[in-house]
Design a protein around this ligand. Structure first.
Ligand code: HEM
Length: 500
């Protein structure tokens, strides 16, 4: 038999892959042409739902190697000794665009890592910025509705986008980063990555330490201006995909240094900012960076759909020695990812090779659509059982976490209204040239937004630093003093002029 013989899915040789079966040369077509039916039916189902966010992305396999001993803080096996090497898979993405969007857009970049450790998969699903627009996950669907297409025009709307952003004063930190020169990285290789949230480590004695993860690019930071990005997009919508793929093909493997910031539970109680607020950073001078290891990407996926489109990263996937924190945004994400993936890929998405743990695992979950792994065969499907099969292990419990108050829908603005200190510091840390570029990028991005929205943004920036407000007003071509006094139809409660 010809080894390269074309067959149908049931293995039957296909006699004709060029012409459908018809009654007579001119048709009509026959319903009894099984190859034609199979081919079309499969084709009709080839598209799966795209990720709600981060739909456009690129991925690669690689390794993570420990360079420094942090085992006094965590008993996670991935960090157990210097020199230990773990396989990993990383997917980078833009956030707002759909699956066919151009890469070189002004946007946050996703930086999702899956470490196949010998004690389970650890997913660190981060971005290329240390903070985020929100500190309450209830607002996440609104954020996405505001930045994605308008339901009436079916176009992206600067007005919706900036109306929403400017009504969330805590977003200014992230907005400033996105409008800064770092808002369009040259490629995925030339940007940092951040776990962004506060996570926890716990050691062999069950002592907890709060931790933030940083991935520092060893390729150096390199960005695109709006004009450079426009020129690239007009010729190449896949510039980031191309850059990553070609670098790896050429053996020019991109690398990042993993660093961590650590904060004790005692320090967290008295730190001047809420250490679990995703809109704020921990200052490096208060909590310096410690080196941990090197992430290297060195293998392109053989098949994009199999490994990149079907990859399922989930902040819920932690391993012993690494845990969550009270960060409300992180808590919200713990629900959303698995839920989205059960819809996007199905209930057995963890059986897909790119997502499957590389260590022995047994969850007692059975059945469900697309169960292709033998379904645990004849083994017992319940626990406890009298046959010594797969038991839970209380020694793996995390340290207890003290909570600090009655259950309620707290308006955090009543407890912490410092939205502007950190964006102000960020603004003052920029060179004059970068400040000017940030203002110009802002003006271009605000486009045809209504005047009152532009004025509101100028006010927000001025609360961070009057020079920032003035710079944005000038770039927008509007009067700064008028902006400070302008009426605001939303009467935002955090604006001192409208606060009760
Ligand atoms: C993707 C929800 C905040 C980083 C996604 C997806 C959902 C989601 C539903 C698609 C998942 C999939 O289909 O596989 C949320 C919610 C958030 C939130 C509800 C806040 C409450 C964040 C934050 C970060 C982040 C703060 C970074 C620090 C990512 C990345 C991806 C993603 C990198 C793409 C993962 C991949 O490459 O497959 N998010 N997200 N998200 N999110 Fe979030």
């Amino acid at each position: 038999m010809n080894k390269k013989q074309l067959t149908s899915e049931n293995g039957r040789p296909i006699a004709d892959n060029q012409n459908i079966q018809t009654a007579g040369v001119r048709g009509p077509a026959m319903l009894q042409d099984p190859w034609f039916m199979e081919k079309l039916a499969h084709f009709d189902r080839e598209v799966i739902p795209e990720r709600r966010m981060h739909a456009k992305g690129s991925g690669a396999f690689g390794t993570f190697t420990v360079t420094n001993d942090i085992s006094q803080y965590t008993r996670a096996s991935i960090f157990s000794k210097i020199g230990k090497k773990n396989n990993c898979f990383v997917r980078f993405s833009t956030v707002a665009g759909e699956r066919g969007a151009a890469d070189a857009e002004r946007d946050i970049r996703g930086f999702a890592m899956k470490f196949y450790t010998d004690e389970g998969n650890w997913d660190l699903v981060g971005n290329n910025t240390p903070v985020f627009f929100l500190r309450d996950p209830l607002k996440f669907p609104d954020l996405n509705h505001a930045i994605k297409r308008d339901p009436y025009t079916n176009m992206r709307s600067a007005n919706n986008n900036w109306d929403f952003w400017t009504l969330l004063p805590e977003a200014l930190h992230q907005v400033t980063i996105t409008m800064s020169p770092r808002g369009i990285p040259f490629s995925y290789r030339h940007m940092h990555g951040f776990g962004s949230h506060t996570y926890s480590f716990y050691d062999k004695d069950n002592k907890r330490t709060w931790v933030k993860f940083h991935l520092v690019t060893l390729q150096g930071i390199k960005n695109l201006t709006d004009a450079e990005a426009e020129a690239i997009i007009s010729k190449d919508r896949e510039s980031h995909q191309r850059d990553l793929h070609e670098a790896i093909e050429q053996g020019n493997f991109p690398r990042w240094k993993m660093q961590i910031q650590l904060m004790s539970e005692e320090e967290a109680k008295t730190y001047k900012i809420n250490p679990f607020d995703l809109t704020k950073v921990w200052y490096h001078r208060d909590f310096p960076l410690h080196d941990v290891g090197i992430l290297e990407l060195n293998r392109n996926p053989e098949n994009y759909f199999a490994d990149v489109e079907q990859a399922a990263f989930n902040p819920m996937n932690v391993v012993e020695g690494i845990g969550f924190s009270p960060d409300k945004m992180l808590q919200g994400r713990l629900f959303s990812y698995g839920d989205a993936q059960r819809y996007r890929l199905g209930v057995n998405h963890n059986e897909i090779p790119v997502n499957k743990p590389r260590c022995p695992f047994h969850a007692y979950h059975r059945d469900g659509q697309m169960r292709t792994d033998g379904n645990y065969g004849a083994t017992k499907g319940y626990e406890p059982n009298s046959y010594g099969e797969w038991k839970d292990n209380p020694s793996k419990k995390e340290p207890p976490l003290k909570t600090n108050g009655p259950v309620y829908n707290y308006d955090e603005r009543e407890y912490d209204n410092d939205y502007f200190t950190q964006p102000g510091k960020l603004w003052r840390s920029m060179s004059k040239e970068d400040q000017k570029t940030t203002c110009e990028n802002t003006a271009r991005a605000m486009g045809d937004s209504e005047l009152f929205i532009k004025q509101r943004h100028v006010r927000n920036c001025s609360y961070a630093d009057p020079d920032y407000g003035k710079g944005v007003a000038e770039a927008l071509g509007i009067d700064y003093d008028e902006a400070l006094k302008a009426e605001d139809p939303a009467h935002p409660s955090w604006d001192p002029r409208f606060s009760k």
